[in-house]
Structures are given as structure tokens and as C-alpha cells.
Design a protein around this ligand. Structure first.
Ligand code: 3PY
Length: 249
């Protein structure tokens, strides 16, 4: 039985003052969550957040990592650097990075490998666009994205990652996949994991990320292959993030 996991993706939001108050509110009520909590914060706030979260039980993560280990890569942050700040997780291949920064499946696979080599758990995001869904290409697109990173991992390494299904058409648009639509894709994702390793099929968390909110969380979280959420906007409000994390029956 996989324990639910709720990961906040703060995106490019926050300030020293706002982060302090959000994390203090979260820490005070984290015991109410029916699962594990983590926040993926902008890189420049890792030091601040790491200090506030010490001994809180709330894990820290980053939103991206370099596909290189070290060297002349201006602006990049390596997996080792993230590990220095106590990161447990790093989001890899979020649709916003694929779309606005041209990240390819190949680069995303390298990022996931770098993260794992440094002892971090990559949260690898996959998802289809509205046009791809409407053309009936969801399975094909998801399989391609999964194959890209699964093919560079050994079967036993596959146990140590997290997959997030982010239907691109449901990000920042207010549209949400119905629980049944989401479950259908999560089941496909689990099939792909099982093909690689039966153990990974059992162990790997598959999070739903696409406008998860307090009002839709309960129904989504009832689905057998939805193991938690990668939560955007709602994770910036402590009460909303916690309300989602309490929506488990
Ligand atoms: C969203 O919920 O909008 C996200 O992109 C989560 O990563």
C-alpha cells in the first residue's frame, strides 16, 4: 500500500517573507495531513526553506536540475548542489519547462539520471496536450515520454522515482481531468512501470498534477492509481494545501 504524497510546486512564486509565513503555517498543521508533504521551491530559496523545515517532517525539493554534473554551464544548478541543501526531490520535465525552455525527452532522461546519481528522487512529469488528447494520441504520447527515461534506467533504479501525470490542458487553465480520465492514464503509466519492473509497478508513486484543488482532490485521490498530487497554485495557500492532504478517505 503506497502512502499518499503531496508535493507543492511553488513555480516562480514566493518571497523571503511569504515563504516564512507559508512554511510556518504548514509546519504547525502538518500532523493533520493524511500522507507525506513536500514543497518544491525556487532554487534561490532552498537555503531559507531548508532551515525552516529542519525536523518538520516536510520534505524539500527543487523544480529543476541540470543534466550536467559540473562545469561551465552558466545559470545551471547541479544535483549535488541540491543535495547540499537537503533536497529530497526534484521535479524534472514539467510541461512548463518542456514548453517554454524546449526541454526534450532525452534531456529530461539525463536530468532524472543525474538526480538519482546524487541520491535525489526525481519527480518526472509526463502529459499530453489538448490537441493530442483530442486526436486520440494520449497513450502514444505518454508511452513515448515514459520510454525516454525508463530506457536509460536499470530495472532496480526504477523503484526510486516518482511519476507525475500532468495533462497539459489542465495546467493553469482551470480545466481538470475527471477522476476517471486521470485514473485511465495513471493505469497506463503503471502498466509501463510494470513492463520495466514488477516491483516498480508496486512501489512507484504516480501523482496527479493538473489543477488539483480542495474541491476536486477527494474524488481524484479515491482512484486506485492516484497516489497523491503535484500541486501548483493551491500549494501557495497553507489551508488549501492541507485541505487537499486531508482529502484522503
Ligand atoms: C499545476 O497544478 O498547475 C501544476 O502545474 C503542478 O505542477
Amino acid at each position: 500500500m503506497r502512502r499518499k504524497l503531496f508535493v507543492g510546486n511553488w513555480k516562480m512564486h514566493g518571497s523571503l517573507v511569504a515563504n516564512g509565513s507559508l512554511l510556518r503555517d504548514l509546519k504547525a498543521a502538518a500532523w493533520e495531513a493524511q500522507g507525506d508533504l513536500a514543497v518544491c521551491v525556487p532554487a534561490c530559496y532552498l537555503a531559507q526553506c531548508s532551515e525552516i523545515l529542519i525536523r518538520s517532517g516536510i520534505a524539500l525539493g527543487a523544480q529543476d536540475v541540470s543534466s550536467h554534473t559540473t562545469g561551465a554551464y552558466t545559470g545551471e544548478v547541479s544535483a549535488r548542489m541540491l543535495q547540499d541543501f537537503g533536497c529530497k526531490y526534484v521535479i524534472v520535465g514539467h510541461s512548463e519547462r518542456r514548453e517554454y525552455h524546449g526541454e526534450t525527452d532525452e534531456e529530461i532522461a539525463h536530468k532524472a539520471q543525474r538526480a538519482m546519481a546524487a541520491g535525489l528522487t526525481p519527480i518526472v512529469c509526463v502529459g499530453e496536450t489538448l490537441a493530442e488528447r483530442e486526436a486520440g494520441r494520449t497513450r502514444e504520447v505518454i508511452n513515448m515520454q515514459m520510454d525516454a527515461f525508463l530506457s536509460v534506467l536499470e530495472p532496480e533504479e526504477t523503484n526510486d522515482l516518482i511519476v507525475a501525470y500532468e495533462p497539459i490542458w489542465a495546467i493553469g487553465t482551470g480545466m481538470t481531468a475527471t477522476p476517471e480520465m486521470a485514473q485511465e492514464v495513471h493505469a497506463m503509466l503503471r502498466e509501463k512501470l510494470v513492463e520495466k519492473s514488477a516491483e516498480a509497478g508496486e512501489l512507484v508513486h504516480i501523482l496527479y498534477g493538473g489543477s488539483m484543488r480542495p474541491k476536486n482532490a477527494r474524488e481524484l485521490l479515491q482512484m486506485p492509481d492516484i497516489d497523491g498530487g503535484l500541486i501548483g497554485g493551491a500549494s501557495l495557500i497553507a489551508a488549501d494545501f492541507l485541505a487537499i492532504a486531508k482529502s484522503v478517505l
